[in-house]
Design a protein around this ligand. Structure first.
Ligand SMILES: Cc1ncc(COP(=O)(O)O)c(C=O)c1O
Length: 392
C-alpha cells in the first residue's frame, strides 16, 4: 500500500508523541505529571451536563443534524458575542457552528488556498495552521513571534513577494503557546495589511475567556473593518471546560463563512443536536463559572511562575490563555531540555520547537493539571534544579 505524499510528508503530531511517551512511563509504573497539554482538568459545569442528559433522551435529537447548526445555537452565539464583545452578527449569514474549532481551523485553508498560494502563519503557532495550508497545496510563510515584539508578528517585515502571493493570514490571541495578548492597535494594523494585499484574516480565538487579574481580551471583530476581511474561530472548549464535547464556531465575514459552510457540508453532517442544545445552556446561563475557573488557573499560574523563576528561567506573567512560555538556559535545545526534565523528574513539558522553529529556546507549561499534581510536579522541578538541574 502506498499512502499519499500528503500523508508521507506529515510531521508526527506532537501531542500524539507526547501521549505515547507518558503512556510508556505509566506502564512501567512511574507517576508521570504532565504540564504538556492545554486540556482543562476541571469538569464541565453541572447545568450544562444536565441539559445534555435531558436532550440525549429526546428522539428528535437522534437524527442527522444540519451542517449549519440549529437556529437556536446560532442565535445564542449572536447574543453572546453582542453581550461579551459588543459585536453584532447576523444569525443566518455570519455564524457557523463547528465540530470543535480545530475542525474549522483545519478546513478553512481549502476555502482560500489554491496550489502555490501562500498563507502567512505565526511561528511559534498552533501546528494546524501550517499543516492545513500544506494539505491544500499552499506554502506557509512563517511570521516570527519574538519576545522583543511582544510575540506579535511584525507585518512590516513580511517580504513584498510573500505578501503578493498570500491569500490568507492566521493570527491567534490570546496566544498559544506564548500566552501573549493583542490589543486593538495591532488588530487595526492587521485589517489595513489585509485590505492592502487583498488577503483574508483568520483569527483563532479560543482563549478569550481564560484571562487573569481582571483582564478582558478583545475579539478581532471589535475593530473597524475586521468584518470585511476576517473570520474568527471560537470555542466552548476552554471557556466551559468542554474539550471532550467537540463544539466550536466560526463567526464574521459572510462570504468567508459561506465558503466554509459549503466546504463542510460536503464532508460532515454537523454537531450532534443534544450537544448543540447543551452548548446553548453554556452561553445563556450565568457566566460565573468562567470567573471561578480563571481563579483556579490564576493561582496555579502564580505558583508555577514562582518555581520557574526560582529555577532561573525567564518567563513573563501571562494575562490570558492556559500557558507559561519559559525561556530555557543557553546551551540546550528545547527538545533536549524537555527530555532531561522528563528523564530526571517524570514531569512532562512541551518543547517550544513543537510549535515551530522560532519556539527554539523555550518550553511551554500548561496550568490544566490537577492542583495536587501541579504542586508535586513543581516540587520535583525545584528539587531537580536545586540539585544542579540540566547542568548536572
Ligand atoms: C490555538 C488553538 N486553536 C484551536 C484549538 C482547538 O480547540 P477546539 O477544542 O475548539 O477544537 C486549540 C486547542 O488547544 C488551540 O490551542
Amino acid at each position: 500500500m502506498r499512502v499519499s505524499r500528503r500523508i508521507e510528508q506529515l510531521p508526527p503530531y506532537l501531542f500524539v508523541q507526547i501521549s505515547r511517551k507518558i503512556e510508556e512511563r505509566r506502564k512501567r509504573g512511574e507517576k508521570v505529571i504532565s504540564f504538556a497539554i492545554g486540556d482543562p482538568d476541571i469538569p464541565t459545569p453541572g447545568h450544562i451536563v444536565d441539559r445534555l442528559c435531558r436532550e440525549a433522551r429526546a428522539p428528535a435529537n437522534h437524527r442527522y443534524p444540519e451542517t449549519y447548526g440549529l437556529d437556536e445555537v446560532r442565535q445564542a452565539v449572536v447574543e453572546w458575542y453582542h453581550k461579551r464583545f459588543g459585536v453584532a452578527l447576523d444569525r443566518d449569514k455570519e455564524v457557523l457552528p463547528l465540530i470543535g474549532s480545530k475542525e474549522g481551523v483545519g478546513h478553512v485553508a481549502f476555502c482560500f488556498i489554491d496550489p502555490g498560494d501562500v498563507a502567512l502563519i505565526p511561528d511559534p503557532g498552533y501546528p494546524v495552521y501550517s499543516v492545513s495550508t500544506m494539505f491544500a497545496g499552499g506554502e506557509p510563510y512563517l511570521m516570527p513571534l519574538t519576545e522583543e515584539n511582544g510575540f506579535l508578528p511584525d507585518l512590516e517585515k513580511v517580504p513584498a513577494e510573500a505578501a503578493r502571493r498570500a491569500k490568507m493570514m492566521w493570527i491567534n490571541y490570546p496566544n498559544n503557546p506564548t500566552g501573549a495578548v493583542a490589543e486593538g492597535d495591532f488588530f487595526e494594523r492587521v485589517v489595513s495589511f489585509a485590505k492592502k494585499h487583498d488577503i483574508v484574516v483568520c483569527h483563532d480565538a479560543p482563549y478569550t475567556e481564560v484571562a487573569y487579574d481582571g483582564y478582558r481580551p478583545m475579539s478581532f471583530l471589535q475593530v473597524k473593518g475586521a468584518m470585511d476581511v476576517g473570520l474568527e474561530f471560537h470555542s466552548w472548549s476552554k471557556s466551559y471546560n468542554m474539550t471532550g464535547w467537540r463544539i466550536g464556531m466560526a463567526v464574521g465575514n459572510a462570504e468567508m463563512r459561506d465558503a466554509l459552510m459549503r466546504f463542510k457540508s460536503n464532508l460532515d453532517s454537523g454537531i450532534p443536536q443534544a450537544i448543540q442544545l447543551a452548548a446553548i445552556e453554556a452561553l445563556r446561563v450565568d457566566q460565573k463559572c468562567i470567573a471561578d475557573h480563571n481563579a483556579v488557573y490564576q493561582s496555579r499560574r502564580d505558583r508555577m511562575l514562582k518555581v520557574l523563576r526560582e529555577m532561573g528561567l525567564w518567563v513573563q506573567t501571562p494575562r490570558a490563555a492556559l500557558y507559561l512560555w519559559a525561556r530555557i538556559p543557553d546551551g540546550y535545545t528545547s527538545a533536549d531540555y524537555a527530555a532531561r526534565i522528563l528523564d530526571a523528574t517524570g514531569v512532562v513539558v512541551t518543547p517550544g520547537t513543537g510549535y515551530g522553529r522560532h519556539g527554539e529556546g523555550y518550553i511551554r507549561l500548561s496550568v490544566t493539571a490537577a492542583d495536587a499534581d501541579i504542586d508535586e510536579g513543581l516540587s520535583r522541578l525545584l528539587a531537580w534544579s536545586r540539585a544542579g538541574g540540566a547542568g548536572k
